[in-house]
Design a protein around this ligand. Sequence first.
Ligand SMILES: Cc1ncc(C[n+]2csc(CCOP(=O)(O)OP(=O)(O)O)c2C)c(N)n1
Length: 634
Amino acid sequence: MLEKINSSEDVKKLSTEEKKELAEDIRKYILEIVSENGGHLASNLGVVELTIAIHSIFNLSKDRVVWDVGHQTYVHKILTGRKEQMKTLRKLDGLAGFPKTNESDTDCFNTGHSSTSISAALGMARARDIEEKNNCVMAVIGDGALTGGMALEALNDAGYSQTRLTVILNDNEMSISKNIGGVSMLLSKLRTKKSYTKSSDTVKKHILKIPVIGKPFVRLVQKVKRSIKQLVIPKMFFEDIGFRYLGPVDGHNEEELERMLKITKELDGPVLLHVITKKGKGYKIAEENPDKFHATGPFNIETGESKKEKSKDYSKVFGDKLVKLAEKNNKIVAITASMKDGTGLAKFAKEYPNRFFDIGIAEQHALGLAAGMAKEGTIPVVPIYSSFYQRAYDQVIHDIAIQNLPVIMCVDRAGCVGADGETHQGLLDMAFFRLIPNLTIMAPKDFRELEEMLEFAINLKAPVAIRYPRGGEDKYRFENCEEIKKGKAEIVQEGKDLTIIAIGKTVARAMKVAEEIEKSEFKDKQLSVQVINARFLKPLDKETIKSSIIKTKNVITIEDGTIINGLATAIKELIIDEKLENINLKTYAYPDKFIEHGSVEELEKRYKLDEETIVKDFLEYISTKENKELTKNN
Ligand SMILES: Cc1ncc(C[n+]2csc(CCOP(=O)(O)OP(=O)(O)O)c2C)c(N)n1
């Protein structure tokens, strides 16, 4: 069936039976692709019928669907002419794993971070009304994403404004792990109720026709109905804030879904359609382990086992060390915004359930909560992925840094993350955190240094951010790890011709670059290279760095972040502020642009951050006429 389908128009022509067949084909195809390329499996298998139904009922050349997070759009991509390109999913220059307006007009809005869809859809609906157009606008949002503040802010606005839009709530009871919180409790009550689709307006219209008693009677009936409904149908939350609630509907029953979507088309004002789906539907192994198959690397379809051996990563090192520190210090608490497993907190949650808080996909709240807890004497540790820290910027400034509260912000997935692409790259955190007064910013060169930094941070009694990358440590092995002292860099290798300053994972790269440059015998001379592990982006160890720069005159910076306001900027500022003269400086960082998806290695190569390119580029640079300092030094 899949072979016949290239667009929504082809889907519309199919019978219900044929759509069932199509759903099966799509599931098989997604399984094939994701087991090869990796990606978000379980969420996509859960929305196959829903996506087919949306394409059957709506015309996406004018109607708009905003997909929350956007990780569940593989089916949509398959149905909108990108079936073949799916083979390139998440690969460099291939299809993105999230909606991209530059891939297709039917991807009407880019997403990647959670809880944005209702705001964007409401914006589109308001623009439509101003333009006096008539198209439908929908947001498809998961029960996990509905726990995010931005989604609740948008519901509040949409319900009050009575703008015509549909929120399709895709409720599978799961965020990445089991969804928890008050919203999830509300939804679980709704789930068990009979489908509620009748419009109370119809009833109202009939009674209003009765002369004299009409209006007062309507009011009375409405009051009684409301209080009865409060008792028996807990859907009132949505209705009370101005939405028409429809559902719950079985999200794997194509006919039911289409029937309900048709109703939403006819209704005015904001509508919430509650759809119940199963994460991982159709692939038993994912149905049974939806959290594991939320996002996965390549795996064996028969067994579900990963094709790559799982090795130790920074998140695990962080989580294990935190458990050890928490044994000795009962003030330590851990907070996660729905990322217990991803951030390495599973063990902590098990060992210290009373000191562990999963607060939903709510990064702003996570940091506000941490601030309150820190004020009262606990030591909150908050691991959040770098790109999701963007959400909580004001909380870091307003709630934590201004009051100088000892919150430990662990910035996981910092730097280039690879296949998830531009919304998920952690390239901006050094830049945006460096602006914040009172904040100490560190990055470890390897696992051991992360452990040391975490211990140091816990004793610091001030706000601190520790950034570390996705995945494992570099193959390069450091023998030493000097004691961590606030604002002190570590000289990892002494030299006199060139200083390489690096931070975090790029210190290992600096060592390899140094080795290659020393081997290169530039102009028949052997160069000696000093390598500095900056450790602290803030406060920067100006003393150590300055004296090294004065000694060598030639300087390289390497960092896994944007060129603006990170390590390179800090060194430029130092050179200018300290009036250091005749310095040859080369900076290696990501350019001032949003970095696309691809493997980390490919992207590093593309942006000239790999070892080989840095060595070549630097040697070319110092060979030019203008840059003779190196030879002069020799
Ligand atoms: C701001 C933000 N925080 C965290 C994430 C990581 N994340 C991606 S999907 C997801 C769970 C989403 O659950 P839900 O909305 O119910 O969708 P489902 O996958 O269950 O269909 C999370 C926490 C994110 N994308 N954005």
